[in-house]
Design a binder for this molecule. Sequence first.
Ligand code: LLP
Length: 423
Amino acid sequence: MSGFHEKNNALYAEDVALSDIAAEYGTPTYVYSRAVITTQYEKLAGAMAKAMPKSRQPLLCYACKANSNIAVLNLLQKLGSGLEVVSEGEMRRGLKAGFDANKIVSTGVGKQDSEIAFGLKEGIHQFNVESIPEIYHIQKIASELNIVAKIVFRLNPDVSGGGHHKISTGRKRDKFGISIERVAEGFNIAKEMSHVEAVGLSMHIGSQVFNVQSFREAFEKLPNIVHDLRAAGHKVERLDIGGGFPIIYNDEQLLDLDAYAQWVNEIIVPLETEIIMEPGRYMVGNSGVLLSKSIHIKETQDRSFVVLDAAMNDLIRPTLYEAYHGIEPVENRQRTHKLYDIVGPVCETGDTFATDRSMAEMQAGELAVIKSAGAYGFCMSSNYNTRPLPAEVMVDGDMVSLIRPRQSYEDIFGGDIVPDFLK
Ligand code: LLP
């Protein structure tokens, strides 16, 4: 059985009971399903294959900021994915996981010298340039290394997309990309440079983009821009249309992937370019849960609290974006419901996973899962309150493998140094 499902009144990851994973690896632990990641990759690649001609199939560059565990990267690499990275660290992870450098694209508003140099030496596919000063920056480093850098300009299409204002990136006021008015200037500057070759455009309007029309609205801006640039003698051979596909966290209406693929076919394919996409959340979001245990059930005059052993340091999305994550008991799942505030042990009121949530009545010491935590979960975790980062495991059928052990206290503060002047 693939994915997360219920069997004999208990929750399973593929063929493994989550309670067995908790017994073996403790809690809190992130649990990922290999089958779900594979299915998501194949769904996206399949929708594109169905809608678009063979010669224009996109290069899917998994945005590994969503989940950069090397086991997850290795799986996606084996499925045929490329990679989108935002730092030298992510680039190094990708290479370690086996990605071909030529399938890696590098984005970000503040690429540093060392990461530009690293990417150039490794031979990555392209840098997605986000500002005019960045062109000079790349030229300087590329000429020192005597390597020609292929770049595309990230357009800011002034389209609002994204499930929360903190993850919308395509509005004029956002820090991302170059405005439509200034992109020709970017191409003109690049043309004068010895070690920079501008070969196309990119855009990414936001994440968890539920208003799917926003994608279409942004795509529709491209044909005129591409025609004008070509008329001015510029090369537009690549279009990177970003990520942002939403997933279901609660009862949202999921983006119709086939419609999206049709829009790409209708609007982007006729421009006769190489097509790149940067999906992150879609690939991994529903592939993971955060397995946790209730420490106490606390009743006050006003409210009932479930205090879990997972906290905002393990999964910050509810605190940071008021994000919804389903929370359910792992065993004995048929019982009456009750309204709870579901919180972690961190000393902040913001350390709350859900408020006034109807949930099966819980007892102290019981297991619970926080669902859809495969994207932007572990990779955004921290050591706040000197809490160790959780363990991560991957399930494949009836096999479970630890893909990152729980941190030890030595890992957390073993590197702290007391200065001589305090001794
Ligand atoms: N490409 C670029 C340039 C991006 O900035 C991002 C995400 C992606 C692709 C992938 O977007 P996706 O397909 O995953 O929506 N921490 C937030 C999400 C931040 C997204 C940042 N950029 C969250 O937990 O919702």
